[in-house]
Design a protein around this ligand. Structure first.
Ligand code: DX5
Ligand code: ZN
Length: 223
């Protein structure tokens, strides 16, 4: 299965964001990961659908909206309208996760379920059959630039076993603290989609850094 690199654009510099998005696309980004935070579900606030729309109007790479917000169902249609092609919601704050994933799919987007580091993977047992992807958090959501929680490597492998058993089509996306030093282990543990925020956008040369991550991901797969 081809591995996808998803730079997390909100780790970029707002002043430079258009130029940085173009650079990571030139460097080979497969998806653009777009974090949406409301200051309630997570202790930070980011951007909404208008900003997503202004990016999606200019790029052909699919946008993957990671909704870290309360009552995501209210906003899913507007994010799809804005151009999000992948949408994930957190299992921790969605009471009717099956309904929410169905809504995302009905609107024509890929439906993902995100899971925090402190939530048992057994919470996914029932829903993984309905998900196009699982977004496994390897930091507590809220901020770019946090340290990768090492236990996540075991969790990726455990999730892979669960996924292979129940829904082999479902992709495993991993998000948080992924750097050049650990991306190979993340891929070898079983990640299909690799989100990288500060690891790419803190570089002076975003295009070269994106290319470097793509090479590391290919080298991990080749073994
Ligand atoms: C964290 C976000 C991540 C973050 C990744 O809440 O979901 O997508 O931007 O940034 P890094 O790679 O710097 O941890
Ligand atoms: Zn994210």
């Amino acid at each position: 299965m081809r591995k996808l690199l998803a730079p997390s654009v909100l780790a970029g510099d707002w002043w430079e964001i258009g130029r940085q998005v173009e650079a990571c696309i030139k460097g080979g980004a497969d998806l653009l990961h777009f974090d949406v935070m409301d200051g309630r579900f997570v202790p930070n606030i980011t951007a909404g659908p208008e900003i997503l729309a202004s990016i999606s109007r200019r790029v052909s790479v699919p946008i993957d909206a990671h909704l870290m917000i309360e009552e995501p169902d209210r906003f899913i249609p507007v994010f799809v309208e804005a151009g999000a092609r992948w949408i994930s919601v957190h299992i921790e704050n969605v009471p009717h996760i099956h309904r929410t994933l169905s809504l995302i799919k009905e609107l024509g987007a890929k439906a993902g379920v995100a899971i925090n580091p402190g939530t048992s993977l057994s919470a996914l047992e029932e829903i993984v059959r309905y998900a196009d992807f699982v977004l496994l958090m390897s930091v507590n959501p809220g901020f770019s630039g946090q340290r990768f929680i090492e236990r996540s490597l075991d969790r990726i492998a455990e999730l892979k076993t669960l996924r292979d058993r129940i829904n082999p089509e479902c992709l495993i996306e991993v998000d948080g603290g992924i750097k050049e030093e650990n991306v190979v282990s993340v891929v070898r543990a079983g990640a299909d989609v690799i989100v990288v925020g500060s690891g790419i956008f803190s570089a002076d040369d975003v295009e070269a850094k994106t290319r470097r991550f793509k090479e590391l991901i290919s080298s991990a797969v080749a073994v």
